[in-house]
Design a protein around this ligand. Structure first.
Ligand code: SF4
Length: 313
């Protein structure tokens, strides 16, 4: 059955022709096999596509398809809204409306037209994956198992604000890459924009991460949105270098996309390059994440899960 579902991607139980008629009819009594197609999509001038899915109770989540030369990445959501309350994030501002099931997470992967050509999946859409880890883990198992999609876990990245009690489970039960949303190297500053700093201080999180072996192919990265006059100064950079010393990792710098009601500003490209070059000179592999889909509100932190055809949402 897994073969029919995940390899052959069949659309009905009747297609499972190597199962007896009796089994197929019993299965049909018990299960419904259906992919729920996105109800709306928007394409950016840069080719990025945003998909909107209905996930029950008049709620919606979004996924973002990002084609790029030989890569095709899908950024998927794990929750309806989010509890984490990051001040710079549109999803966070909406509050939490519920967890997605593993089926709803996987449906985002299976139901888009580009499904079969996806090379990478990132759990960086709406929600905090570690706050819905049982369903996220189940979805990863389907994507990476030999009986499932058999995708390499090295092509999957899970992002987190750093919910420490889940880190160990994630490290032991998956082999996917980990991306930690850091965004500020000083605790007081991080608390200002990320309430989760309080229960899970970043210094303790980093200390915990240093205990794992990152010398293989598994990658640890820190996401750092650069905010003007907030975390872009020399002191912040020095502190960042200090925090990450003796840890094999990389830093992804992200340009901030201004959004309504958020009293933070982004920096220009010159500043981004200056920061990248400084961190690189200090031995930290640093990249500037290309901003994609800004014109359709598909870039980092802008996913709102709004059904534009439904004004009540
Ligand atoms: Fe939640 Fe991520 Fe937004 Fe923070 S940035 S509120 S964890 S969706």
């Amino acid at each position: 059955m897994a073969d029919w579902l995940y390899k052959k991607r069949c659309n009905s139980i009747d297609e499972m022709t190597n199962l007896s008629l009796k089994i197929r009819s019993r299965l049909s009594e018990l299960f419904v096999l259906e992919k729920e197609a996105p109800i709306f999509s928007q394409t950016s001038v840069d080719g990025t596509k945003k998909y909107l899915f209905e996930v029950g109770d008049n709620r919606y989540v979004e996924s973002v398809y990002i084609p790029d030369k030989d890569r095709a990445t899908l950024c998927i959501s794990s929750q309806k809204g989010c509890k984490m309350g990051c001040k710079f994030c549109v999803t966070g501002k909406q509050g939490f409306k519920g967890n997605l099931t593993a089926q709803q997470i996987l449906n985002q992967v299976f139901s888009i037209p580009e499904s079969l050509s996806l090379t990478n999946i990132v759990y960086m859409g709406m929600g905090e994956p570690f706050d819905n880890f049982p369903a996220v883990l189940k979805s990863i198992q389907v994507l990476t198992s030999d009986w499932g999609v058999a995708m390499s876990p090295r092509r999957i990245t899970v992002s987190t604000v750093g919910i420490m009690p889940v880190v160990n489970d994630f490290m032991e039960k998956t082999e996917c890459h980990l991306a930690v949303s850091l965004h500020a190297p000083f605790g007081d500053k991080r608390s200002e924009i990320m309430p989760m700093q309080k229960p899970y201080p970043h210094t303790e999180l980093i200390r915990m991460l240093k205990k794992y072996d990152w010398s293989g192919q598994r990658r640890l990265s820190f996401e750092y949105i650069v905010f003007k006059d907030f975390n872009d100064d020399e002191q912040s950079m020095k502190k960042l270098v200090y925090l990450l010393q003796h840890l094999r990792c990389r830093v992804n710098l992200i340009r901030f996309h201004a959004s309504e009601g958020v009293p933070l500003e982004g920096v220009d490209m010159k500043k981004m390059i200056e920061i990248r070059d400084y961190l690189t000179s200090q031995g930290i592999i640093t990249t500037i994440r290309a901003s994609r889909g800004e014109d359709i509100m598909a870039a980092c932190g802008l996913l709102a899960g709004k059904n534009t055809e439904n004004s009540e949402q």
